[in-house]
Design a protein. Structure first.
Length: 112
């Protein structure tokens, strides 16, 4: 899907593990609750993208465009490669979820 225009798309709870979204226009897209484990989001346009409760484990967000710290404040990060200057702990979600997936493609909480 590299280079695709997904402006304003509803991808809520989408399973996008390992997706190549580099150079993709995701402006205004709803990715809340999406599984973006190991996704490539380098150079993706993320202005106004909803990343609330999204899983960004091993995701690469380096060089993403118009990504703001606030967009990632409620996302789950673990081994996430973030753009310079974001100022968030890219390991803060590690240990909170089992790396195995539930049948719906979501991660299983390690506290269960």
């Amino acid at each position: 899907m590299s280079g695709t225009i997904l402006f304003g798309a509803n991808l809520r709870h989408a399973y996008l593990s390992g997706a190549n979204l580099s150079n993709t226009n995701l402006s205004g897209t709803d990715l809340s609750g999406a599984n973006l484990d190991n996704a490539d989001l380098r150079h993706a346009y993320l202005g106004g993208t909803n990343l609330y409760d999204s899983y960004l484990f091993d995701a690469d967000l380096r060089f993403s465009i118009e990504l703001r710290k606030e967009q990632l404040s409620k996302a789950f990060l673990c081994n996430t490669q973030l753009p310079e200057g974001i100022g968030l702990d890219s390991e803060r979600g590690c240990g909170k979820f089992d790396r195995s997936l539930a049948p719906d493609g979501s991660f299983v909480s390690s506290s269960l």
